[in-house]
Ligand binder design. Sequence first.
Ligand SMILES: Cc1cc2nc3c(=O)[nH]c(=O)nc-3n(C[C@H](O)[C@H](O)[C@H](O)COP(=O)(O)O)c2cc1C
Length: 250
Amino acid sequence: MAEKMQIEEFLGLVRSRRNARKFKPDPIPDEWVEKILEAGRWAMSGANSQPWEFIVIKDQKTKDKIAELLLDDHKRTYEIERTRVEELRHNAYRKMPTELPPLRMAPVIIVVVGDRRTMQASVLYSRFVFGEGGPAASYFKNMGNATQLMCLAATALGLGAQWCSVTSGWEESLKALLKVPEELAIPTMVPVGYLDYKPAPPYRRKLSELVHHEEYDRSRFRTGADIYNFLLELRGRTRGAYTPDAPRNP
Ligand SMILES: Cc1cc2nc3c(=O)[nH]c(=O)nc-3n(C[C@H](O)[C@H](O)[C@H](O)COP(=O)(O)O)c2cc1C
């Protein structure tokens, strides 16, 4: 019985986490930030390589500079995104971004720093075999695991957290701003704080569409046309997630 309650509580937490896109500036206790970092520290990593380090940022001037760098990157992203047919464009880039991203309002931004040299912890074979998406794939998975656990921990504390990707378009400028050594990288950031909006309803594919038993059920394989329709539908379903101020369905 106790186990069942635990799993339901856990699934409740997993389902209630939403990627936060607008924050109240209200401060959060340092002990809570510590709990979030603790969750990141316990992430799974290939060969237990633990490539992560975290920079906790509260200084408004630094947050503003991060937001400026991110806005520049959003503008570059938009230029590429608009080369796509309109119906497939990512919802965050339907218009040229002009405003500083809301992460600057979050009381804390956790910058997730990674050390690729730790990839040597894994078997040497993985350096030569380009399975799994290339030699750096397991490093990125490790960093993603830490990022996701911190987002979940923030949810457990009643806070919002955002998975914010740091692309190569602005990673070097961010590293320079935060004095991160050349050998290290910044794949993600996690702004955390109280949510300042009601998130759009979540969307996930149904289990019955994606679980196979014993072997792949070919009758459920999605054709290219199915994927195209999925993407079209996805854009419709997720539009609200990128426009926090839009009115919500009850
Ligand atoms: C690899 C990866 C990259 C992501 N990059 C961003 C990002 O740069 N900015 C952002 O706001 N959300 C980002 N997200 C969050 C996703 O957009 C979000 O998880 C997804 O739309 C589902 O919404 P939900 O988390 O609210 O359920 C990223 C998530 C992952 C796993």
